[in-house]
Ligand binder design. Structure first.
Ligand SMILES: [Zn+2]
Length: 592
């Protein structure tokens, strides 16, 4: 029935998102009072006309309860289930838990469900068979490989699509399918389903969204990576917000079943690509904060309005600014020498990475302080250690009770105004041109400088302004790079060889590395930036010398370390259960 797969633009990210709902609920103890999530709905946020008072227990009789808030199938939200744990539910128990959770979601969301929400189970092997058709066409995979390589998250020798798969891998344990109008729980072969109550609430909220807004509507599928993550900012943000309020009630006065034991808790860091993971997680944290703010200022009506007109960029969600200004990116394909874009992929061949992905790009260069095989470079903040750069991602001024919250804002990326990333192919050779646009020249310069720091961290040589830079074969990102800033625009060009860079961008004001000193004279956009070269070297040197600082890292993740099971502050991924995903269903629609 459900087919997950199409060579669509956002295929990878959509698949990736399925995991997200999986992550981060386990291992994070429910703080008794997170402050951010008031237990009582009364008195929080303006009372708006769409806020419906809940039914009393007396009013809640048998029947389907579509007219009443806080009552479903005769189950009132203040009742409790008579089983203490959710490990290995039988069908009757699952149905009872679902009715109760629906009544409670209605109460928290102040809105009735319109229809029942079937909760089906499939075995892991059935699920894998269902989703095994891969990540789309060969052309899509090659195109997408270039996108993640351009983000310096998946190396030249690695396959982005399999890295994305590994992020999800066995981790998806459930999702909501808007095409089938049901929740699907993935159960290990031979076992009974178990489910975290607050995660079930999250999934049910997706079902409610679907009943009111129709999640199969095209508006809920971004045309690009940034667009998809942006839509998820409201779709997942609302679900996490409700999950938070649900968990707060459980910590307060509701009787809630215990979540199942998290598998393998306290174990190893999972072998995921954390660059991919942290990219797709962005909507869950930033989106939840955005929804909280919308609700505080305009009640649920404001959330409904944003569902009707979803965010267009991750920048909008990161900065919680519905009027976030984008600028058009001017790019014209002028490639020579046989290079071609992928006309059938993305938006006329282009992906838009967006602010969240760009932040992760730079942050990921320091993730080796925590994860084996990662890089230990200071790119975001060259004067600080890799460990301190790593911790920029954990610097948040808010908290979530049910999952980790991460920071995606930094001066080197927060002036984002637009970008178009065009993968190219030429026989066996791959390359790309990435045109980016920034709010101010200063924003463009900050991004350009950070990008050059990243290049020189991976390469050996010094960066010469106005000259194509080469990274050797031993790197994960070998080849030639041209970086040009022109006012508020920064254009990055990558090809296997320096000559290839000039084939891709014949008009680029760049000299080949062999040209030596003569190149400096030609470099039009440069002289004033030459001071950067010193910074780059400093950052790189600092990174190499700072390995010893890793030990101090655990204490730096202040907001996370106390809550996790002692293994990996900030990443509770390994454990959890139910991914709540609209995306898989959207996928199916797009493939038809
Ligand atoms: Zn979700």
């Amino acid at each position: 029935m459900r087919r997950v797969l199409s060579p669509s633009t956002a295929a990878a990210i959509v698949a990736a998102v399925a995991v997200l709902c999986v992550a981060f609920t386990a291992g994070v103890a429910a703080a008794p009072d997170a402050g951010a999530v008031p237990a009582e709905s009364a008195g929080n946020g303006p009372v708006t006309s769409d806020a419906v008072p809940s039914a009393s227990a007396e009013e809640c009789g048998p029947g389907d309860g579509t007219e009443l808030v806080g009552c479903w199938n005769g189950t009132h939200y203040e009742e409790s289930v008579d089983f203490a744990e959710t490990d290995g539910l039988n069908e009757t128990q699952l149905a009872a838990l679902t009715d109760l959770t629906m009544a409670r979601v209605e109460h928290v969301r102040q809105r009735p469900f319109r229809e029942d929400v079937p909760v089906e189970t499939v075995t892991r092997s059935e699920y894998l068979n269902d989703t095994a058709s891969g990540n789309g066409s060969e052309a899509f995979r090659r195109w997408n490989d270039q996108v993640w390589e351009a983000l310096f998250v998946v190396g030249d020798d690695a396959n982005a699509n399999s890295e994305i798969d590994s992020v999800f891998g066995g981790a998806v344990s459930g999702f909501y399918s808007p095409t089938a109008d049901q929740i699907v729980i993935v159960v290990p072969d031979g076992e009974s389903p178990d489910i975290d109550p607050s995660t079930l609430a999250h999934e049910l909220l997706h079902a409610m969204q679907d009943q009111y807004h129709d999640l199969t509507d095209p508006r809920y599928v971004g045309a690009t990576q940034d667009g998809d993550l942006a839509v998820d900012g409201i779709v997942e943000g609302e679900a996490v917000h409700v999950e938070e309020r649900y968990a707060a009630r459980c910590a307060d006065n509701w009787t809630c079943a215990e979540p199942p034991e998290s598998g393998g808790g306290g174990g190893d860091v999972p072998d995921f690509n954390f660059g991919i993971l942290q990219t797709v997680l962005q909507p869950y944290g930033d989106g939840a904060l955005y929804v909280r703010e919308l609700r505080d200022e305009g009640g649920w009506a404001a959330v409904n309005e944003t569902m009707n007109d979803p965010p267009a960029s991750t920048a909008e969600v990161i900065h919680r600014d519905p009027d976030y200004e984008e600028r058009s990116v001017s790019f014209e394909d002028a490639a020579t020498g046989g290079w071609e874009t992928y006309a059938d992929q993305g938006v006329d061949g282009a992906e838009t990475a967006g602010e969240a992905s760009m932040f992760v790009m730079f942050w990921y260069q320091s993730a080796g302080v925590r994860f084996d095989g990662g890089y230990e470079y200071s790119v975001l903040e060259p004067d600080r250690s890799p460990a301190e750069n790593y911790n920029v991602h954990f610097r948040t001024d808010a908290e979530l009770q049910t999952r980790g919250l991460y920071n995606y804002a930094h001066p080197v990326t927060e002036g984002w105004a637009g970008d178009e990333l065009y993968p190219y192919r030429n026989g066996e050779r791959d390359g790309y041109v990435w045109a980016t646009e920034w709010q101010t020249e200063g924003d463009a310069a900050a991004f350009r400088d950070a990008y050059v720091r990243m290049l020189t961290a991976h390469g050996d040589g010094d960066y010469a302004e106005g000259t194509v830079y080469e990274i050797g074969e031993e790197s994960d990102f070998p080849g030639a790079y041209g970086v040009e800033r022109d006012g508020t625009s920064v254009t990055i060009t990558h090809a296997p060889s320096p000559a290839g860079v000039l084939e891709l961008r014949p008009d680029a004001d760049l000299a080949l590395p062999d040209a030596g000193d003569g190149a400096d004279g030609d470099g039009g956009d440069g002289g004033s930036d030459s001071g950067d070269d010193g910074d780059v070297s400093d950052g790189t040197d600092g990174a190499d010398g700072a390995n010893g600082s890793d030990n101090g890292n655990g204490s730096d993740d202040g907001n996370e370390s106390g809550d996790t099971a002692g293994s990996t502050p900030g990443f509770g991924v390994a454990a959890t259960l139910v991914a709540v995903m609209a995306a898989l269903g959207l996928f199916a629609r797009r493939s038809t």
